[in-house]
Design a protein around this ligand. Structure first.
Ligand code: NAD
Length: 404
């Protein structure tokens, strides 16, 4: 795994260009994602030494536990962060001693296929990391049904996650699910509003909004909504959209024509558009970064995951209403709180039902901390020191000592 991390780093530029072309993402973002792949592989290369058990005294003997690999693990991944998300699963799965079949999203198979070749070059035994590209309904579904696959680690939409859990229930196959989100960015009146307004666009328009952690509900304390919108507008209007391979590009196009159609359905002719950014003429499934305000709290754009560059600004009166609004969703993946009041930051952080929450920051995903969802954003945690737990079974061994 360390040698594979080295190979990935040595191929940083070609892999980043391949990922940028694979998903239409800005080259700067693609580079960051490939660096993360190497970091994840290196982090989990140390995990085998930490796969320890416990010794537990029991009557008449000694109990102890060991962690065993599950066998063949199926990894099913989405198109938004293709190789990075694959690495979050590959790292702990391989470190725990499993073999894997990785099925990348049909729209973005290229970097996964390249990684498979690099793994062989790095000396991973043949058959340990297998990439099977193909559609979800055939290749993905077959993996979920297959009797020799012990576990499925899935990242994707809540609808597909639900169907995978249903199928896996037949054979009690182990499943972990990283699903959709509709996260809140909660901005209190006492926050550093300039910093919050500068960060808010990248909390939702990063990766053209095709980000499960997108904080697409911007909750702003009512007394500062106008000030906040005035600060936000120039940041949104100056987002540089364009050729993903141009190093100055900050936001690329959407993944497909069909996806653009879906995103556009949330911004119809009557949509309350406060302001929008620019998109280039010419080819590409472009959609401008868009801020909606004022919105009805039950509007589709507030309730459903859009997975595109569309944010809704929603006012709240006080802390209690901010918490109630943040939790008024079927999802619970991520979120942010902006305030200068440390006590309030911690109170709200504890009350919001979400897997990751950042204070005065957009941060969601770090190699060394757990990531995953509450509610319909899924179950199980990736990254961090405990991710290997999800790729092992605990076995208890009892050793009779003959004593009473
Ligand atoms: P998707 O659910 O359509 O597809 C994800 C993967 O599942 C693809 O590889 C697809 O081929 C496969 N698949 C589709 N149908 C299948 C089936 N019946 N059986 C087995 N596999 C099947 O999701 P997407 O459109 O690729 O990605 C967008 C979604 O992913 C969004 O909802 C987003 O929030 C979510 N996502 C979540 C996280 C997270 O960590 N929580 C991260 C990224 C994306």
């Amino acid at each position: 795994m360390r040698r594979l991390a080295d190979r990935v780093e040595a191929e940083l530029e070609p892999l980043a260009v391949l990922e940028a072309r694979n998903a239409g993402k800005p080259i700067g973002s693609a580079r960051g994602e490939i660096v993360m792949v190497a970091d994840v592989l290196r982090y989990y290369s140390g995990a085998p030494e930490r796969l320890t058990g416990e010794t537990i005294p029991v009557a008449g003997g000694q109990g102890f536990t060991i962690r065993e690999p599950m066998g063949v693990v199926g990894l099913i991944t989405p198109w938004n962060f293709p190789l990075a998300i694959a690495s979050w699963k590959l790292g702990p799965a391989l470190a725990a001693g499993n073999t894997v079949v990785l099925k990348p999203a049909e729209l973005t198979p290229l970097t996964a296929l390249r990684l498979e070749a690099l793994a062989l070059e790095a000396g991973l035994p043949e058959g340990v990391l297998n990439v099977v590209a193909g559609p979800g309904k055939s290749a993905g579904a077959r993996l979920v049904e297959h009797p020799d696959v012990a576990k499925i680690a899935f990242t994707g939409s809540t609808a597909v996650g639900r169907s995978i859990a249903r199928t896996a229930a037949e054979s009690i196959k182990r499943v972990t699910l990283e699903l959709g989100g509709k996260s809140a960015n909660v901005i209190f009146a006492d926050a550093d509003l300039e910093a919050a307004a500068a960060a808010a666009p990248w909390a939702v328009f990063d990766n053209a909004g095709q980000d499960c952690c997108a904080r697409s509900r911007i909750l702003v304390q009512a007394d500062v909504v106008d000030d906040f919108l005035a600060l936000l507008q120039p940041h949104v209007e100056s987002i540089r959209t364009g050729d993903p391979l141009d190093p100055d590009t900050q936001m690329g196009p959407l993944i497909s024509a069909g996806h653009r159609e879906k995103v556009a359905s949330y911004v119809g002719p009557d949509a309350p558009i406060a302001f929008q950014g620019q998109v280039p003429d010419g080819p590409g499934y472009w959609f401008p970064p868009t801020v909606l305000c004022p919105v009805l709290r039950d509007d589709r754009s507030v309730r459903e995951e859009i997975f595109g560059p569309v944010a809704a600004v929603i006012p709240f009166r006080d802390e209690a209403e901010a918490i109630a609004l943040a939790n008024d969703t079927i999802y619970g993946l991520s979120g942010s709180i902006w305030t200068r009041d440390g006590g309030r930051a911690l109170r709200v952080a504890r009350a919001v039902q979400t897997g990751v929450l950042s204070i005065n920051s957009n941060s969601s995903v770090r190699v060394t901390t757990p990531f995953g969802g509450f509610k319909q954003s899924g179950y199980g945690r990736e990254l961090g020191p405990h991710a290997t737990d999800a790729y092992t079974e605990v076995k208890t061994i009892y050793y009779a000592t003959g004593s009473a």
